[in-house]
Design a binder for this molecule. Structure first.
Ligand SMILES: *[C@@H]1O[C@H](CO)[C@@H](O)[C@H](O)[C@H]1NC(C)=O
Ligand SMILES: *[C@@H]1O[C@H](CO)[C@@H](O)[C@H](O)[C@H]1NC(C)=O
Ligand SMILES: *[C@@H]1O[C@H](CO)[C@@H](O)[C@H](O)[C@H]1NC(C)=O
Ligand SMILES: *[C@@H]1O[C@H](CO)[C@@H](O)[C@H](O)[C@H]1NC(C)=O
Ligand SMILES: *[C@@H]1O[C@H](CO)[C@@H](O)[C@H](O)[C@H]1NC(C)=O
Ligand SMILES: *[C@@H]1O[C@H](CO)[C@@H](O)[C@H](O)[C@H]1NC(C)=O
Ligand SMILES: *[C@@H]1O[C@H](CO)[C@@H](O)[C@H](O)[C@H]1NC(C)=O
Length: 559
């Protein structure tokens, strides 16, 4: 639950007469759980859980997506990504017969209207990330998505597989920016006049930014100061009607912004009016529709209607939704979004007993961070949860952005995180799949503003940017250190280089040998963050000291 007096009042008024989700909808609830004293706990409902595994032969789960969420009619070649992995939960039973070659899946991808396939090919079963290019000139540019269908079969077998997807093939944009999502690697690619209309990788790093005490000052030097900290993105908590000059300044200095619709996302007239004002800006990179709709138990339809209208009015920019809850109707609340943002605010909370005088459990209470333990580990745990839910639901993973806590107060959060905790939480989020960092809320303390700016300068710029956005998704590297279970390591490979991020999420120094296996590594090419000294020997990075709350970003050359 974020502090925002205006929004609390607006939401309270807005929900009157509007159906909420979950159980006991007349009681004061957050994430479906009653939080005030005097009520019994109950099952909030809406949990995403593992589907029942299918016994026997594995299912082949076939999914496909266009490589990029949109193409422009100035482009000639498109790509599809085809996944055909074995699953216990989703798909169709793969045959067990010797009459067919049991390892190849043959398929075609067509538009729903066209009989002439865009792609006809085969993949080895139990592989993902297979890329197939096709000729975009076969399609007609349109502002509407083009519906696609895949038909497939075991090579020589019956065509019993189908999968659907859609593709935007849009008229070239004459004015303002375009953002697209790389459906293979998850990152954002952005173009505008400043990039000479060439798509460039974007790892958005900044703050939700207040009107009061910042943008409402109407002083562009304040915005310049913000950008000078090293932040490349901003989510202004204001709209064109109130801050046109400030948005113009963001355009001018290319400070990428996510446009906020949260005050009126349930009002489609409002959404319409706001999108017309924002869609041709130079610096807009996304829209933000619903803020914690799961926390507020908003009707499922509200973010869906906003999303559909946004897609119609502006198919050139993705839409983000912020989730607050650990496991409350994830399927429904995450559906109307291209980007999922996660509010995980665990620092300085009492995770077991709330200011309302109730315990916090999976069936009761609100302690400021849903089902959290109150440590930095709640951050990677949440990103793992989101990925697990997507996999259980059989969904293609969405791009994720982490919203770190840069505040205290409201009797939930008794202190600010330290800079070290901020780095650790952000790095753990990256290690567990986040590809953007937007912190709540600016202005924050001078020290946290500078801390995020310093980290942003490293991770949102080359060479690190190329790994986090252009690289394969993070691969977990298992590092066992006796006596601690909070050393967390991931690696990203691009060509002949590998980025390794090592995090000690504990409050005590690890004073023993820590070994990080990095197969095929030949030499340490550079350290981009942190003061840990690494030796590379026998394809292992090692150190004798990993300080408390250390974050280390190292690039190694690989054979
Ligand atoms: C596949 O068929 C062979 C021969 O009939 C049989 O031995 C084997 O157990 C089957 N495997 C599965 C996973 O059903
Ligand atoms: C499919 O691939 C996964 C991951 O590589 C592997 O663990 C699994 O055993 C494979 N399944 C089959 C049936 O080959
Ligand atoms: C604008 O902000 C800068 C610092 O960011 C300050 O020095 C300047 O006095 C402010 N200008 C006005 C008109 O308030
Ligand atoms: C919906 O938005 C429009 C446009 O901003 C505004 O005029 C109208 O008052 C809003 N309606 C409600 C119920 O807030
Ligand atoms: C949480 O609050 C309860 C009740 O005030 C208290 O007993 C408990 O010690 C607190 N826990 C922490 C970790 O502060
Ligand atoms: C290391 O290199 C070998 C040979 O090029 C390759 O087969 C193997 O996949 C590489 N290992 C990793 C973990 O990248
Ligand atoms: C590295 O060490 C220096 C000197 O102690 C310190 O000022 C700096 O903050 C450290 N950097 C990081 C990223 O920990």
């Amino acid at each position: 639950m974020k502090w925002s007096g205006f929004w609390l009042a607006a939401a309270a008024a807005g929900v009157k007469g509007q159906e909420q989700t979950g159980n006991h909808i007349d009681w004061p609830r957050w994430c479906g759980k009653v939080y005030e004293a005097g009520y019994p706990g109950f099952d909030p409902g809406g949990q995403t859980s593992a589907p029942t595994a299918v016994a026997g032969r594995p299912l082949l789960h076939v999914q496909f997506q266009p490589r990029y969420s949109l193409y422009l009619d100035s482009e000639e070649e498109g790509e599809f990504v085809v996944n055909a992995d074995f699953s216990q939960f989703h798909g169709t039973t793969w045959p067990n017969a010797t009459s067919i070659r049991a390892s190849k899946f043959i398929f075609s991808i067509n538009t729903v209207e066209g009989d002439d396939p865009l792609v006809q090919n085969l993949v080895t079963v139990n592989t993902t990330g297979n890329i197939f290019s096709f000729d975009l000139s076969r399609l007609t540019p349109s502002l509407e998505p083009i519906q696609l269908v895949l038909y497939g079969a075991p090579e020589g077998g019956d065509p019993t597989w189908t999968a659907t997807s859609s593709l935007y093939y849009l008229p070239e944009k004459k004015k303002g920016s375009v953002t697209r999502i790389d459906n293979l690697k998850g990152g954002l690619w952005f173009r505008n006049t400043a990039s000479k209309n060439k798509f460039e990788p974007l790892l958005a790093y900044g703050f939700y930014s207040s009107y009061d005490g910042f943008l409402g000052n109407k002083n562009t030097s304040d915005i310049q100061h913000y950008a000078d900290l090293g932040l490349n993105a901003i989510t202004p908590l204001t709209i064109y009607r109130d801050s046109a000059n400030e948005f113009a300044y963001m355009d001018k200095i290319d400070l990428k912004f996510m446009y906020n619709l949260r005050e009126g996302y349930k009002n489609l007239t409002y959404v319409h009016e706001q999108v017309l004002a924002a869609r041709d800006a130079e610096a807009i990179f996304a829209y933000w529709s619903a803020d914690e709709p799961d926390g507020w138990q908003d009707p499922f339809s509200a973010p869906v209607l906003a999303y559909n209208l946004l897609r119609k009015l502006d198919p050139y920019h993705p839409v983000a939704v912020v989730l607050n809850c650990q496991n409350y109707y994830f399927a429904e609340y995450s559906a109307p979004a291209d980007i999922l943002m996660a509010d995980v605010y665990p620092i300085g909370i009492n995770s077991t007993f709330s200011k309302w005088g109730t315990a916090c459990t999976p069936s009761l209470g609100d302690c400021g961070c849903d089902n959290c333990e109150g440590t930095v580990q709640d951050v990677p745990a949440r990103f793992d949860d989101l990925a697990r839910y997507e996999s259980w639901l059989g969904r293609w993973p969405k791009t994720k952005i982490f919203n770190p806590q840069s505040f205290h107060g409201q009797d939930y959060w008794f202190r600010d995180p330290s800079p070290a905790e901020e780095y650790v939480m952000a790095a753990l989020a990256l290690n567990h799949g986040a590809q953007g960092v937007i912190s709540w809320v600016y202005p924050t303390s001078e020290i946290l503003g500078r801390a995020h700016g310093a980290f942003a300068k490293v991770i949102s710029r080359e060479p690190v940017l190329g790994f986090l956005v252009g690289g394969d998704r993070p691969r977990k590297i298992d590092v066992r250190v006796p006596g601690t279970d909070v050393v967390d390591v991931s690696g990203w490979v691009v060509g002949k280089k590998m980025l390794v991020i090592v995090v000690n999420g504990g409050y005590i120094d690890v004073r023993q040998r820590v070994e990080v296996p990095v197969p095929n590594a030949t030499v340490v090419a550079g350290t981009h963050w942190g003061n840990v000294t690494w030796r590379l020997e026998g394809e292992k990075l090692s150190t004798g000291l990993l300080p408390a709350m250390a974050v280390s970003l190292v690039v190694v050359d690989v054979r």
